[in-house]
Design a protein around this ligand. Sequence first.
Ligand code: MV4
Length: 442
Amino acid sequence: MFKKVLIANRGEVALRVLRTCRELGIETVAIHSEADSEAMHVKLADESVCIGPPPVSQSYLNIPSIITAATITNTDAIHPGYGFLSENARFAEIVEEHGYKFIGPKSEHIKLMGNKIKAKETMLASGVQSIPGINEIGSINQVKDFGKEYGYPLIIKAVNGGGGKGMRKIYDEKEIEDSISSAKKESLNAFGDDSVYLEKLLINPKHIEIQIIADQYGNVVHLGERDCSVQRNHQKLIEESPSVTLSKEEREQIGLTSVNAVRAIKYEGLGTLEFLYENNKFYFMEMNTRLQVEHPVTEMITNIDLVKEQIRIAAGDKMKMQQNEIEINGHAIECRINAENPKTFIPSPGMINRYHQPGGLGVRIESAVYEGYKIPSHYDSMIAKLITHGADREECISRMKRALEEYVIMGVDNTIQLHQDILKENNFVSGKYNINFMNDIR
Ligand code: MV4
């Protein structure tokens, strides 16, 4: 096992990784920017290194600084968390070139899944269906023919994109040319590459994703799904597992399909296959090659520490658990608490002058803030995740309502009230919500 791990991240995920390292008897190195000297991950780590000024380009994305921090602290491995460099194949490569273990998949798999067309083709080769479309758009007429066959609307997406950037919807033949050229422009700007592909646009799908774990020896299991349909502007607000819409058979089938596909490419580590789900059919969209923000809901219903598994697998351990030993226990929901205006979603950095966390049975908080902490303006506005677990969905929701009521965050605008409103919505209570839920409720 590793003796020392450098955590190349900040905020709640840095703490999340640090805590599991402690349980495994691994020493921790925190890195931080000049804006984060008072951050909790710095206070709790065994060692810390300031790696640069507040802007992420000069600190949390500054690869030479991070490698230097690893060198001077005699680190064995680097955990990237999520966001920042977690899905940067070149970073994974550089980490390994310097003799450190990258706690994540091999860089070739990060690269493969970063290319959305290659990801779709790879999955299709293992029998994972995706949305009908055109991978290489040859001519406008080709798109017109596709539109005639499959019907409108269509959607253009960036090959190197993800998360909604570089997408254009097409409702009519006349819009094809302009949509392609503006999507290309936006992609070039955002990703340095103007390749785009086309799909039929699904109108009212759910966003359902499958969590998988794979070790270095071909052992792969899935840990069920997460329903992440409650989102606004491509920012997830609430995630839950299991999804009320899936039957046991559907869960087993999409799980098995995902496991086989992941095994076929000799993938290693944690991974998530993202699907759109409409009319009882799954359509593969993308694969995330990192630990995800919403991983706690899966942990709560499986009682498996995903970070512990991730670190053990990176260290070369054989995975002990088998698919038939994985049990789904009750229900879990996560509410992301952001320091932002709940109506405009504009970030609200500043001092937290009163702070009280809820507690009690089935309540979990993942956060790195504390009373007197000043939220810097340079980073993500997510300041806490509130996760509740219950014997069933009803208990889980009651518990979430109770916990949200107890939660006190003063000094910065936050999304607690927004979550309380969402939990009262009929379509949330029934579970029959889709990706348009937030547009539909106001
Ligand atoms: C789609 C889609 C409908 N049809 N593709 C949004 C982010 C990017 N990862 C893919 N996205 C979508 N792709 C087809 N063919 C709808 C979305 C989408 C979406 C997907 C999941 C969760 C929330 C979403 C919000 C808006 C659009």
